[in-house]
Design a protein around this ligand. Sequence first.
Ligand code: ADP
Ligand code: ZN
Length: 737
Amino acid sequence: MLAAQVLIDGPSELVFDYAIPEGVEVVPGHRVKIPLRNRPASGTVLRVHEPVELNFDLRPLHSLIDPDPLITPGLLQLADWMTGYYGTPLEHIMRSLLPEAVRQENHSEKTVKQAIATENIEPEVLTQLAKRAKRQHAILSLLQATGSEGMPISQLGDGAASPVKALAEKGLITLKDIAVQRDPEGDETFLHDPVKKLNPEQDAALNQIKASLDHPEERTPILLHGITGSGKTEVYLQATAAALKTGRSVIVLLPEISLTPQTVQRFKSRFSETPELVAILHSTLTQGERFDEWHRIRKGVARVVIGARSAIFAPLPDLGLILVDEEHETTYKQENPPKYHGRDLAVVRAHLEQATIVLGSATPSVESYHNSREKEKYQLVPLTKRADGQALPLVRIVDMRNEPKKGGPPILSQRLRHAMEQKLAAGDQIILFLNRRGFARSLTCPTCGHTCECAHCSIPTTYHRAEERLICHLCGYQAIVPRTCPKCQDPAIRLQGYGTEKVEEILRKVFPKSRLARLDGDTVRKKHVLKRTLADFKARKIDILLGTQMIAKGLDFPNVTLVGVLNADLSLNAPDFRAGERTFSLLTQVAGRAGRGEMEGEVFIQTFVPHSPSIQFARHHDFEGFVEQELEFREKYHFPPFSHLALLSTRSRHEKRAEFTLQTIHRRLSEDPAPGLEIGLPNPNPIVKAHDLHRFQLLLRHRNPRTLTRHIHQVLAKLPIPEDVILVTDIDPHDFS
Ligand code: ADP
Ligand code: ZN
């Protein structure tokens, strides 16, 4: 006898076996009703298997909720792959595959009562009605005009209820419950955006994608390396249309959907004649909207799904194409368990479902680039020219070590300031970029060197003027600003470093007549600020746009001729082997915002380390140069793509417990390691305390990620972890803080 292993709905991730009743056909992915203790419950079938021998009978499951399994076979295969690769149990992965909103039955579809006129009504009946029941006659004529579609009763006007009832009783109309869509963006309209004629490079790229769509057996992932402004989005749009034409559906992954409004907008505009085809999975959808969107996708009504990393789990029945925009972005890595990488899952899913996959970027990740060059696992398709024929902007490096002598505010060099004056006088627009929000980086005492830190995390708090508070950017803790040093009582305690809030204040003094807007995590907390500010900037109601990384990506403003990077060194100093790569890519992306229209662009990069390779290669728009050097460094020190990493981290309120537990794990891991496995030493994390938890970490390396997962799994299976210690395993980690 076979049993169904069922993951019970609810927060506790219970998994039980149930007997499958005679005549009921159950497969993994089915939603089922089951008895749980004395009450009915619902769940999802994970597996169908021989149950272990028991000395009691399994209770049978009640019934199927839906006749078809809700999870597609392809997604179940993807989930299996994830358990092998990341070592995450299937029940954790199911949460991602079947969102909360879909598992809860009370979000069921929203319906309206629709009235439909019966066909072939005798003319005499109508004449009679016209004489005796004018209101009924009017409604019936209206409904006849709408044909078999009918109309919602609510639209028939006040007082329609009783005539409608009378008409229904006479059999002249029928009433039906019709499912309606909760439309998250119902109040927006999109103008149609006509298809552009591709330039030869774009055309070649599109043809490669089409060739792959036509020959699923020969397809290899396509790495679309297109410089900023080369028209990658236009290629995505036409590739999407091509895939739809073959009858298959499309997933478009974006690094962060709220930060890429222009890309979303372009998809909506291009497909504005068939808006029902497009589903956009915002993180801000209500549960009801999410339920609707999910079922629209599952039924094959919505065939283009646009979303952030979790959209890779969209249950499209007939997937033909996956597009991953800005494939190098670290936001594709999920930082909560299961800690998957959305881009990597996209490659795997495409393989499992015989779909074409395109990874696009102006600065491909070192891993993907390596896959295309050395290993020939990917096809490299270049777009080397800007679509508008413009040259890439001229990039100037400003050595900030010389600035103090010149007397200006040390965050705004004299050269950048002069350039801004000229552009403003000419009526051009400017973007300034600083990747730190708040007013000042920290509050530090010049006498004893004390820096105010978060009470729960081992990082300095940032001064925010608007709130008049010190705020921790990790956990949100807020503290009152001390008048004197908390340690030595010296009143000379001072704000150090610059955040966007402070730069805004400086800019208002230096350029009092210019219209300035600031976009960062603090200002966009209010709804619509981001959208409205970008729209105002596009309409040239703003001269200077100052912001954090949220203005670095995907924005296309033709009148921006000057971009200033106020401090290029922030991302260079991160304790991370990818710091150079991140800096290079961030600078390239930011610089790409300049000179997009008719006018040439200029970029100023302010730095204290002007000779740093990431900065110099970005200055010369030299991706190949950067990546060659980076690959040499990675190979020499055994970093990805020349190895895979696993990061084990213990966290506890008790420092010693966290440390001791990790030491024990380290000892066990070292006892019988797989050949080629490199095991580091347990160390405190660079941020040793966060959210009141002390953190220690251990890095492992091996060429084969599955060997890492298997070895860790074998050791941990036999090693109980104390209750007050949390252990986090991260395969292919991106965050080492
Ligand atoms: P990327 O995504 O590579 O940064 P975009 O797709 O944003 O580049 O394209 C940059 C600009 O060029 C956009 O304004 C876009 O509308 C325009 N563009 C793209 N392709 C073409 C084309 N074939 N003909 C004319 N304009 C184009
Ligand atoms: Zn904190």
